[in-house]
Design a protein around this ligand. Sequence first.
Ligand code: ARG
Length: 408
Amino acid sequence: MAREKCVLAYSGGLDTSVAIRWIQENYDMDVIALAIDVGQERQDLEFVRTKALSIGAIESIVKDVREEYVEEYISKALKANALYENKYPLVSAMSRPIIVKHLVEEAHKHQAKYIGHGCTGKGNDQVRFEVGIACLDPDLQIVAPVREWELKTREQEMLYAMEHDIPVPTTKASPYSIDDNLWGRAIECGVLEDPWLEPPSDIYTLTADSRGNTCDEPQYVEISFEQGVPVALDGEHASFHEVIKSMNEIAGKHGFGRIDMIENRLIGVKSREIYEVPGALTLITAHKALEDLCLERDVLHYKLQIEQKWSELVYNGMWFSPLKEALDGFIETTQQLVTGDVRLRFYKGSCVPVGRRSPYSLYDYNLATYDEADSFDHKAAKGFIDLHGLPTKVWARQRRKVGKDGEV
Ligand code: ARG
């Protein structure tokens, strides 16, 4: 009888390389390795593909999904101004759903009943993989070797690898755990686990140090949006993907886009996280500046709550959930007239919106101005204030009756 098959989310690193052999040995299954290109820096994916085969995968697939990632995933995050705990643009949380989608697709194509991942039992990513897979096909089974095996230290893993002819990294292992894609970079572990210590400067690759080597001149950049997504840079048409790449470069060069935070993981642990997100933070800043101009007040205020819930759901692995889908519907409706330009100024670690305009702008100069052109009815304000303040006025009177100066 043919062996069962497992499609493994493969990165080319030590964990998932060891996992190929471990799954074969411990589960008696064939492994199909799947590496997904979501815009990680410096990764030779052809090398990754052949590496999986050399370890024993019966098939090894590399898929470049960058365009789909930008169009179907990142665009939703930008429209939602998605920041978990008001700070983190969901770098890793964003890439997992698209990886999941392709894992499930390949599992179906190869009649595999199992999907494997290399996440530990302590992070968010295991949840994102497993809940995501369950949403797309609840009959698929999960194999999570890193959570199961007894290889506690990196040395034990290296030993297992050497005993099984699995290529081990020749360079000294980085003390950090890094996950990246075109929406940014996440850096954990090593000295960063002490929340009191300032992160060493060598952890950064996308952003310059704003105390030192950034430009002495400010730089202005104009980003144009159509229905909530970027379509041009400095007046030149550019795809959303190109805009992200350019903004990673420009903002990074000016030292904008570093985040150092304590974050609440879903599994209940607080962790110290460093992120480099120059492009993501720039685009969210610009997008918000345009929404300030184009969204009606109640919609804008209500959307802030939706944004927070959306970010929480996506952080917690609920990308394919019905609530997240329903919130997408709300957000999409709000974006119909979020079209226009935002001018940003970059200087020494800062990114500030300094101008915004839109054919759908709700800013009315005649209503806003204190000059002669003022068309606002000042007298109408009195009646408005009387009624607006009426309930509190009634309350205050009553309080004074019961006790002196409001004291009961
Ligand atoms: N804490 C972040 C998240 O859960 C980043 C995790 C990144 N993983 C890593 N191996 N550095 O989304």
